[in-house]
Design a protein around this ligand. Sequence first.
Ligand SMILES: C[C@H](O)[C@H](O)[C@H]1CNC2=NC(N)=NC(=O)C2=N1
Length: 171
Amino acid sequence: MNRGRIVDEMNRVLLFRHPLHALRLSNPLLPIPFFQSHPYTPTPTRMDSEKMLNNKKCVPCNSKDLRPMTHDSAHALIQQVAQWNLINEGDMLKLRRSWKVKTFTKGLEFFRRIADLAEAEGHHPDLHLVGWNNVTIEIWTHAVGGLTENDFILAAKINELNLHDLLRRSV
Ligand SMILES: C[C@H](O)[C@H](O)[C@H]1CNC2=NC(N)=NC(=O)C2=N1
């Protein structure tokens, strides 16, 4: 194996096991260590991007220059929030995700956990509990009648909640 291949192999191992790699992805302002200037620097995967959304904080929706994002921007961002769908209702975009809960009361507990997160973020979803065990969450920015980054931040943070004890096992 020639010297170039040996360096490539070393960088590949270093890059994926080096603790700085994970840290830098979550905080892109960190200086790029020497090995990351190498072609093996990975492009952020969906998980990495979701972590970046997940590290953000929702902003107040009452700023007058807040506008709904374009469909193109929404289609780009939806790639970063696993399991969420982009819904177009009367030309207004929303985020939607559904779950099946074990019981009606676990559905209410599900809402409680989402409510705590929403209150902490100052940004709130629409909550639906239908047919006793079907939960659907819809997120959009009411102040602008469309989607803003707040909606994707909230969706990414909902994805981080541990809700498994409330959910029916997916068959
Ligand atoms: C000032 C504060 O940002 C507003 O009252 C918030 C509250 N939560 C909100 N949640 C959502 N989804 N849309 C809003 O426009 C909104 N406005």
